[in-house]
Design a protein around this ligand. Structure first.
Ligand SMILES: [Fe+2]
Ligand SMILES: [Fe+2]
Length: 278
């Protein structure tokens, strides 16, 4: 377990006045990939909150008090992410884009209620690994965000930083509750497939609506973004493999310096509503 502070913050941004259709460097692929991710967050993150909270009474009863505090801090951060991404997605709706993945995610969440609580939690920690790995890449490689317009650059940087701050909370609950390595890896493989499929489906649909699907420029950008120097594929692959190890823990990859750098760069762009340290 780590002793990372996980404050509840309010971002000092204005999402009420919308943003450009190609807000990420006027690049259709780079814009729609992030938009697709945003469309998944409100439903997905509500599920992270619900599943992790199911364990809270048990932790409060017989677990370490620091873990209960961490769960509360984690769910508070995820609630603000949901709120901000819902507002973000309203603009996407106003721009004429349809959210295809949200009903799919809601359906899968309903089905997952039949699974054992530890399997639902294994799904959550798999997603949390992906968001932490993407957050690490975002904070580590300034070129991922250099062409982004405000306020979305601030939104994504904040989300990346908080995903890093709380990356081990659900994992620590899983370990404390006796979750096994086999169950964790099984559901990680499932989430890897589902998450890839959802991103592919939603990004393709957005590009189609953006009239950019059948353009060389779009796919050239996609290739660069995934497999160019410091691309997404290169970022994800070693962390994907690391998760398979029985000795994996999110803080084996210590990237606290990225959170510190974000805090100094963005101080003044947010207010701390509640200091929640473990
Ligand atoms: Fe989040
Ligand atoms: Fe998260």
């Amino acid at each position: 377990m780590d002793s990372n502070p996980m404050p509840l913050r309010r971002l000092d941004i204005d999402l009420e006045h919308g943003f450009a259709r190609r807000w990420n460097g006027n690049d259709a692929y780079a814009t729609q990939l992030y938009n697709a991710l945003s469309m998944m967050f409100p439903a997905g993150e509500q599920n992270f909150i619900d599943v992790t909270r199911e364990f809270l009474p048990l932790i409060e009863q017989s677990g370490p008090p620091a873990l209960a505090t961490a769960v509360r801090a984690f769910t508070a951060q995820e609630s603000t992410h949901r709120f901000v991404h819902s507002r973000y997605n309203e603009t996407l709706r106003e721009q004429g884009y349809r959210n295809l993945v949200e009903p799919l995610i809601r359906f899968r969440i309903r089905v997952s209620r039949r699974f054992a609580p530890l399997s639902r939690l294994a799904i959550v920690i798999a997603y949390e690994h992906f968001t932490a790995v993407l957050g690490d890449g975002f904070l580590r490689h300034p070129q991922w965000s250099e062409a982004m317009d405000e306020p979305l650059k601030t939104v994504w940087a904040w989300h990346a930083a908080e995903e890093t701050e709380h990356k081990s909370v659900a994992f620590d609950v899983y370990q404390w509750a006796g979750g096994t390595h086999l169950r964790r890896v099984f559901w990680f493989c499932y989430v890897s497939l589902i998450f890839t499929g959802d991103i592919l489906l939603q990004t393709t649909a957005l590009l189609w609506r953006d009239r950019a699907l059948v353009r060389f420029r779009t796919w050239h950008s996609a290739f660069r973004l995934w497999w160019g120097p410091q691309g997404l594929g290169r970022q994800i692959t070693p962390h994907w493999l690391a998760y398979l190890s029985p000795r994996f823990h999110p803080w084996n990859h210590d990237n606290r310096e990225l959170i510190d750098a974000w805090r100094s760069a963005y101080r003044g762009r947010y207010q701390v509503l509640q200091e929640t340290a473990r």
